[in-house]
Design a protein around this ligand. Structure first.
Ligand code: GLC
Length: 487
């Protein structure tokens, strides 16, 4: 738990803190019985330093597992082999006095990097995938996928010309030689073949890549090959809604660029939050978080939402003596710590918000007695009600769940687009401003009807000109059209 589950000492076990393989099997069984899929986090880049492979690897230079990890001699004058940095602070190298070499780690020194150039490592890790696929998992989210191969010559990374001293010191260098190397792509294709072997006509298994990359590089992970087949991950995580400035014009630009950059038949995807970044409600504020929900669930592609965001949970300030995350501990006060977005899910007004009967390792948000699933289930105006409505609408409307995306020209702070499917057309209008926004009649379908609004008071047929409220978003269909209201 040096990095809360990302330092794995047994890839084919369940940490006893969380259960057993039997309870895992029961989870998969019960989830499947309810039409839910289970996707595991697969961490290929590194293991724990307590993993038996690493224990063997560090035992002696001659150990058969030595080359399973990245071992290098000290630089000629002594010191680390090159200038690479660890994400969580300090160099990406730790000296092992017993064998006189450094081992590489992209993250903590407790997380030594595997050597994916070694075919035995690849075979062993593919066996890990098969182990869980045989147990019925539906796919994997693949951790730091772009970093699994390092430069064969271990060249120094160049300085980042845009670095400013207030930033995370890790950003001082560009990761030219330890991320997104061409050698990653064939490995991704291998992983895909392993996973595809478990797909059948009824259901396919999915790979989702964690990739913080510029657009052109991101879409490369769909793995379009010379025959026009996509052999990469089905979903390279698209983190733009986390990264882009929260302005209609920026998001509009990115959506258009993304749509244009996707290879044919690639499934787009959108991510609103995750366990490494500030929560959406804290980033954009509670009102705008409702708009963000509508954006996520109306854009074309697979949406990913982070637990708790559907009830509007916010980042929780963690006092210094309760900090858990090594990111915060190693670089205190820079706002890098991820504990604030990892607090217990707020289920109910019961003890510990119904999350556990034990003591959670992070404190609850102050608002848990009122902001919880139970309370919001009974409130038609709640964030949860909005999410449920949008998800139901998305399921019911082919235009939303499989329609094409059509960018529309809107003015000011409004983002506008349409989703079309076989003559069905829905228009989505999102006001990113905090003042009312009149909508040009040219954007409206004939006989418009509101199918969803972030404003619980708005519903029904639209008569006359539409003026969106501050931070209001609407999904508009057509009266008697193919797009009946679901509520
Ligand atoms: C990924 C995970 C993050 C973890 C890191 C190292 O970025 O999302 O939580 O700390 O990889 O495994």
């Amino acid at each position: 738990m040096a990095d809360f589950g990302y330092d794995i000492s047994d890839f084919c076990g369940i940490d006893p803190r969380f259960g057993t393989l039997d309870s895992f099997d029961a989870l998969v069984r019960e989830a499947h019985a309810r039409g839910l899929r289970i996707i595991l986090d697969f961490v290929p880049n590194h293991t724990s330093d307590r993993h038996p492979w690493f224990v063997q690897s560090r035992a002696a230079r001659s150990d058969p597992r030595r080359d399973w990890y990245i071992w290098r001699d000290p630089a000629p004058g002594g010191g680390p082999p090159n200038n690479w940095l660890g994400n969580f602070g300090g160099p990406a190298w730790t000296f092992d006095a017993a064998t006189g070499q450094y081992y590489g780690h992209s993250f903590l020194k407790e997380q030594p990097d595997l050597n994916w150039r070694n075919p035995e490592v690849r075979a062993a890790m593919y066996e890990v995938l098969r182990f869980w696929l045989r147990r019925g998992v539906d796919g994997f989210r693949v951790d730091v996928l772009s970093q699994i191969v390092k430069d064969a010559q271990f060249r120094d990374n160049p300085p980042n010309p845009d670095f400013t001293p207030d930033q995370d010191p890790f950003l001082r260098l560009l990761m030219l030689y330890n991320t997104d190397l061409p050698e990653v792509q064939p490995i991704v294709a291998e992983m895909r073949r392993v996973v595809d072997a478990f797909s059948d006509a009824r259901s396919s298994r999915v790979l989702i890549g964690e990739l913080y990359l510029p657009l052109a590089r991101l879409v490369a992970y769909y793995g379009l090959n010379a025959e026009g087949v996509l052999e990469g991950v089905q979903l390279p995580f698209n983190f733009q809604l986390i990264a882009t400035e929260w302005k209609a014009a920026h998001i509009d630009r990115f959506v258009r660029d993304y749509e244009a950059a996707l290879p044919a038949n690639a499934q787009p995807n959108w991510v609103l939050g995750n366990h490494d970044r500030a929560r959406i409600a804290s980033r954009v504020g509670p009102r705008m978080a409702r708009l963000a929900a509508m954006l996520l669930l109306t854009l074309r592609g697979t949406p990913t939402l982070y637990y708790g965001d559907e009830i509007g949970m916010t980042d929780v300030p963690i006092p210094a003596d309760e900090v858990q995350d090594p990111f915060e501990k190693n670089k205190p006060g820079m706002g890098l710590g991820r504990d604030p977005e990892r607090t217990p899910m707020q289920w109910s007004a019961a003890a510990h918000a119904g999350f556990t009967t034990g003591t959670p390792w992070l404190r609850l948000a102050a608002d848990w007695p009122t902001r919880n699933v139970d309370a919001q289930s009974r409130d038609a105006g709640s964030m949860l009600a909005l999410y449920r409505h949008l998800i139901a609408l998305r399921r019911a409307q082919p235009a939303l769940n499989r329609g094409s995306y059509e960018a529309l020209e809107a003015e000011g702070d409004v983002l506008a687009f349409a989703r079309n499917h076989e003559g069905l057309r829905l228009v989505v209008l999102l006001n990113f401003g905090d003042t009312p926004a009149p909508v040009s009649p040219a954007l409206m379908p004939r006989q418009p009807v509101v199918l969803a609004s972030t404003d619980p008071a708005r519903a029904g047929v639209i008569e006359g000109p539409l003026v969106l409220g501050p931070c209001e978003g609407v999904v508009i269909g057509t009266v008697n059209g193919e797009a009946p209201a679901t509520r």
